[in-house]
Design a protein around this ligand. Sequence first.
Ligand SMILES: [Cu+2]
Length: 183
Amino acid sequence: MAAIMTALLVLLMAAPAVYAAQYTVGDASGWNSGVDYATWTSDKTFRVGDTLVFNYDSSHTVDEVNENGYNDCSSANVLKSYAGTTATIKLSKTGTVYFICPTPGHCSGGMKLKVDVKEASTPSGSPSTTPTSSSPPPPSGSSSSENPPPPPSPSGAASIVGNMNLVGGSVVLPTLLVHLIMG
Ligand SMILES: [Cu+2]
């Protein structure tokens, strides 16, 4: 239980500090043939401090190369090679970083990744302006904003009991119920 609560606390505390993101390259597809990595990067903004995680099987590896290596699918001037089946690469400076799979034919088949790294976001960065006039005015007289949130403690207790049942096996919940009924 303590471990679960600690993990939840850590998650809650970490959630607001989204200044460093971790990106799994290709998401569920991973670092693989047949994935369009230009599309994968197109909706993301990479910043200094973010992390790229490459997941791949033994038919692939990751070479960090320069722009020419990226364009030519050549590892002749490789900057760094990553073996194994996973590579975690922290983006440490602004600029563009280039990765290719050195397995013959893979890069030319599209297994290449170019990431533009921007400056780390700062807490003082101004958020995008949200128009306040777009929300419809509340109807006069009615208190539509009074929408009480569900009481936290009963549902929380229920989910905890459910978790304990999952964690502890089928014995825990009946035992708890017996204690509740009898005690
Ligand atoms: Cu490959």
